[in-house]
Design a protein around this ligand. Structure first.
Ligand code: GBH
Length: 503
């Protein structure tokens, strides 16, 4: 009788959980040791673009063109002045109760020409100081080697990422970084969002270096980056892991995708295709040693129909396939912001990554907007993409390396929309971790500071600190979202409190 009652309540409870957990706010904690913090990137925050021997990067060149390709004709010459504000930035993190900070190294600040025959000691010093300050304050550094600011010299020398000549230059730079900072940095990522580098930088030309070669070049670029990552992983394994320990991953951006008509199997198939073209294109080779079958099939067939003698998607030869199939990532970094609707209606245009997939994407007008045209608020998408990653890659470790919301330049520090975004998105992450069992080990919000937002300049703000870009000192003011995240970080989740819940 007693056990029957227990069973009854258990079943009842489970049904309740499954039924309600989609919409209901979940109170609860993340696992002990869950990492919390904020992210930034070198070109977007450091400024000091030609101080202390820094070399020129492709973003310096790109933003200094006339006419300017940047919406407000701005650049990252000064940005947030973070090159001179390590103490202050670390203090802001400490005030928020952050345990982790993700930043990227400016390759050209360390190696002005990109090559290891000329090391800029001042560049090493800057990162040394930042890393030491973080550690002194109990904040773990998470370092990205490449967040888009390629030394201009290497672009000129090789043609950039579409060229495999880039591989040894990257591996040597990575080796230098590991040897200088690996005693203190235990979490490394190689590339931030190779999709953006290859499609927007070398395909559409809207980001540096501004190359418009949409059909084949982005796939070549992806191929090089994957090989450069893999060789870096092997070098890390052989030369540094035995000495320093630590983990090495890559950062992949992916939204979630929803079938336009969930009862139409064509649309449902298109969702999986979209995910494999966006996320699988980069993760699959590093986890399984090959491009996703569906990507291989579609690009090969299209290329053949175009009368080409070989596929626009390169192939890993046997040696590479064997090497990659052992797995060359310790974790996957995930940048997640938004969601798209997907229909099986092909996109029109010249042959490219966009048309190869035989689908089209759009956003629902009912979804709340941000200041960025591409970013609408769909919190449940976060839980879905985390589950898809879990199911696709055998519950691999995931570190959320970016997630955030933009408002406009004239918004103030009462950023209720951002508070709401963080609250809903992180609550969906809580469900993914505690209900669905997704192996997420930490969360880094984008961004610690308002910063230089690439082709949008300073017109969109993602920071939890408001930066006064008209003040030569670039003063920082915490927004409401900084206080919200502080509470989340220090509670390690959402505590059900009796006292008035401020958020
Ligand atoms: C992240 O990318 C970046 O890692 C980060 O540096 C950036 O600050 C953050 O987003 C906020 O934007 O309309 O052609 O200009 C997220 C994925 C891909 C979203 C590129 C914006 C703009 C394409 N991003 N996309 S375009």
């Amino acid at each position: 009788m007693r056990s029957q009652a227990r069973l009854f309540f258990l079943l009842f409870g489970l049904i309740g959980l499954v039924k309600c957990d989609e919409d209901e706010f979940l109170y609860g904690k993340f696992p002990p040791g869950f990492k919390w913090g904020l992210s930034v990137a070198s070109y977007q925050t450091e400024g000091a673009y030609q101080e202390d021997g820094k070399g020129v990067s492709i973003w310096d060149t790109f933003t200094h063109q006339t006419p300017s390709p940047i919406l407000d004709e701005s650049n990252g010459d000064i940005a947030c002045l973070s090159y001179h504000k390590s103490e202050e930035d670390v203090q802001l993190l400490k005030n928020m109760g952050a345990t982790t900070y993700r930043f990227s190294l400016s390759w050209a600040r360390i190696l002005p020409n990109g090559t290891v025959d000329n090391i800029n000691a001042k560049g090493i010093e800057y990162y040394d100081k930042l890393i030491n300050l973080l550690i002194k304050n109990g904040i773990e550094p998470v370092v990205t080697l490449y967040h888009w600011d390629l030394p201009q010299h290497l672009q000129d020398l090789t043609g950039g990422w579409p060229s495999e000549e880039m591989i040894p230059y990257f591996v040597q730079y990575a080796e230098l970084a590991f040897s200088k900072f690996g005693d203190r940095v235990k979490t490394w990522t190689t590339f931030n969002e190779a999709w953006v580098v290859c499609l927007i930088g070398y395909g559409e030309g809207v980001f540096a270096p501004g190359i418009k070669e949409i059909s084949e070049t982005p796939y070549k670029c992806a191929h090089t980056i994957l090989k450069a990552h893999a060789q870096t992983y092997r070098m890390f394994d052989e030369k540094f892991r035995p000495k320093f320990g630590g983990k090495l991953g890559i950062v992949i951006d992916s939204g979630w995708y929803i079938a336009a008509d969930e009862n139409d199997p064509k649309d449902v198939d298109a969702v999986e295709r979209a995910l494999q073209f966006k996320h699988g294109l980069f993760a699959s080779p590093l986890v399984f040693g090959k491009y996703p079958d569906i990507v291989r099939k579609y690009v090969d067939e299209k290329s053949q129909n175009e009368g080409r003698s070989s596929s626009r998607l390169p192939t890993f030869d046997e040696e590479w396939s064997t090497f990659l199939s052992g797995g060359v990532v310790d974790f996957l970094g995930l940048n997640h912001y938004t969601t798209q609707m997907v229909s099986a209606k092909p996109t029109r245009g010249p042959p490219s990554w966009y048309t190869d997939q035989d689908l089209s994407t759009y956003q629902d007008d009912a979804w709340p907007k941000s200041a960025s045209s591409w970013l609408r608020v769909v919190p449940s998408g976060f839980r879905h993409i985390l589950n898809w990653i879990k199911n696709t890659y055998g519950n691999i470790e995931v570190l959320v390396t970016e997630n955030g919301f933009s408002d406009t330049a004239d918004a103030d520090w009462n950023d209720d929309d951002r508070v709401n975004y963080f609250k809903q998105y992180t609550n969906n992450m809580l469900k993914a971790v505690t209900i669905d069992g997704c192996n997420v080990t930490g969360y880094l919000g984008w961004s610690l500071l308002d910063n230089f937002e690439w082709a949008s300049g300073y017109t969109e703000r993602f920071g939890v600190h408001w930066v006064n870009f008209s003040d030569p000192d670039r003063t920082r003011t915490p927004k409401k979202s900084a206080a919200f995240l502080k509470e989340l970080f220090t509670n390690n989740g959402f505590a059900k409190v009796d006292k008035k819940d401020e958020f």
